[in-house]
Design a protein. Structure first.
Length: 133
């Protein structure tokens, strides 16, 4: 079950719950459930590009131990497999973005680069203002 946290700044104005729970097993199912919220509230999906976390400097092939920071579990994998994870994450985020847009959500995708992030935010706000007129 997925839990979507609603920022505290929105709760007093809407009188809503602190979080929404979804029985959706996939991102698509969770997004489809959010369409019901989107009829009353302005839902914006913010994606933080996490692919960089799997990028490795060019090194010879070999085996490395990686640790999942959320679960603490470790796993031994080849450097080439870890390198491919970056592309898998990027493709998954692309699919989430496409699904969200098809369902009518506005999507803001941010990178870790400050300049790119600021440009993306300015463009996002400007585009929304033009559409809302």
């Amino acid at each position: 079950m997925a839990t979507i946290k609603i920022p505290p700044v929105l709760r007093p104005r809407t009188g809503g719950e602190a979080e929404l729970s979804s029985a959706g097993a996939t991102v698509g199912e969770v997004l489809r459930e959010l369409t019901f919220v989107n009829t009353t509230h302005d839902v914006v999906l913010v994606l933080i590009d996490a692919a960089f976390a799997f990028e490795m400097p060019p090194v010879r092939s070999g085996w490395i131990t990686v640790v999942d920071v959320e679960t603490g579990r470790s796993r031994v994998m080849s450097r080439s497999a870890l390198r491919r994870m970056s592309e898998r994450v990027r493709r998954w985020q692309d699919e989430v973005q496409q699904t969200a847009r098809k369902l009518g959500f506005d999507v803001l995708r941010l990178s870790t680069d400050r300049t790119q992030r600021e440009v993306a935010l300015v463009e996002f706000v400007a585009e929304r203002r033009l559409r809302r007129r």
